[in-house]
Design a protein around this ligand. Structure first.
Ligand SMILES: [Zn+2]
Length: 369
């Protein structure tokens, strides 16, 4: 959904620092739109959405595109909803037109919540000479919100203007204002923002905020090897000999494929070494770019002296947030094989990150389908 509109967010750069207010939009292309014109129409819609996002971001309004469909695809509403531009005569006479009236009442709902049905209708202009119609009606059931835009309309601000209407605004006499009729300007006033953010409006849904305001990725973890104890070394070598080991830590986020290797060389491991536990404070900091409560550690070692060929133990283990992270540590890992038995005490910590606003929340005005 909306793949064709990927360019929208990148071009809108305003930032909202307050709780967002969302308006759902369901876009429908009427069957009267020529199939050959579909790509051009999609581009046009993208431009209009982008412009609407830029403009209404100033009032902290975001648009959540719930669906983009051809009206003919709606099984329950067959050919009687085939529509031509001339089927809409004017905003004023809209309700007098039987076909238009059906479109007004049609609720091929993208959502149970209040939403705008936005129809792109074949043709360049309606008979009234208008290229867009925006109507709204708040009622006890949550209201009806309707926009029709002529497919051939080239004014980029027309959708933003019609959204202004369904957001309850009337026309402005200031030609710089977005609510100026022909052609719209681009300004919004504080009064207009106050009016459309009236908490009694059904259309604007504060609780329906799908946008995260805190950047949760990347998560940054620290793995610390607090100490290591060697209980048993039976490598068949002269007891005076040392085993020289390079331990490798492969740290990966489960399912993500992110692997960070931290190597640490360790010499003179013997079970009678008086210095055990030793080698405290080896750290690996790694980054996870997905939501997860489990990280996976793989720990293995290789002997790199030349005297013997010892098989060193290894382990792969999941660490989950509830039991193993942060203050619940240290947690021990036993590494055992026939020659070596040792224990590592690890601490896994999710490093705190400052809350960040996602840059340009309003650029996400096109949130998702
Ligand atoms: Zn208007």
């Amino acid at each position: 959904m909306l793949d064709f509109c990927n360019n929208v967010p990148d071009n809108v750069k305003k930032i909202i620092t307050e709780k967002c207010r969302v308006v759902n939009i369901c876009i429908f292309i009427t069957p009267s739109v020529n199939e050959d014109m579909m790509d051009a129409l999609k581009n046009k819609i993208c431009e209009q959405l982008k412009r609407a996002s830029e403009i209404w971001c100033g009032c902290k309004i975001m648009f959540n595109i719930k669906s983009f469909r051809k009206l003919v695809e709606i099984v329950d509403y067959p050919s009687e909803y085939y529509f031509k531009a001339e089927d809409i005569i004017s905003a004023e006479r809209f309700r007098e037109n039987s076909k238009a009236n059906r479109l007004w009442d049609l609720k091929p709902c993208c959502s149970d919540r209040p939403h705008v049905n936005l129809y792109y209708i074949g043709g360049n202009k309606f008979q009234s000479g208008e290229s867009g119609v925006g109507m709204w009606e708040d009622n006890s059931e949550g209201g009806r919100y309707f926009i029709a835009i002529a497919e051939g309309e080239t004014i980029t601000e027309v959708l933003a203007h019609e959204l202004g209407h369904v957001l309850s605004l009337s026309h402005s006499s200031d030609e710089r204002n977005i609510m100026y009729p022909r052609p719209p300007g681009s300004n919004v006033t504080d009064d207009q923002c106050r009016q459309i953010n009236n908490p009694k409006r059904h259309l604007i849904q504060e609780e329906f905020c799908e946008t995260k305001f805190v950047r949760i990725f990347p998560k940054i973890f620290e793995v610390e090897i607090l100490n290591m104890k060697v209980y048993e070394v039976d490598d068949g070598a002269d007891p005076e000999d040392d085993i020289e080991i390079r331990w490798d830590f492969h740290i990966e986020n489960t399912g993500d494929g992110t692997i960070i290797t931290k190597s640490w060389e360790h010499h003179q491991i013997e079970d009678d070494n008086p210095n055990i536990p030793y080698h405290i404070g080896v750290r690996a900091v790694f980054v996870v770019n997905k939501e997860t409560d489990i990280i996976k550690l793989h720990i293995s070692g290789v002997e790199f002296d030349t005297g013997h060929d010892d098989a060193l133990p290894s382990t792969t283990r999941d660490f989950d947030k509830v039991n193993n992270w942060g203050t619940n540590f240290p947690s021990s890992i036993f590494l055992t094989n026939s020659e070596i038995e040792c224990e590592m005490a690890l601490k896994v910590t999710e490093l705190p990150q400052e809350e960040q606003l996602i840059p340009g929340v309003c650029e996400g005005a096109i949130i998702r389908n």
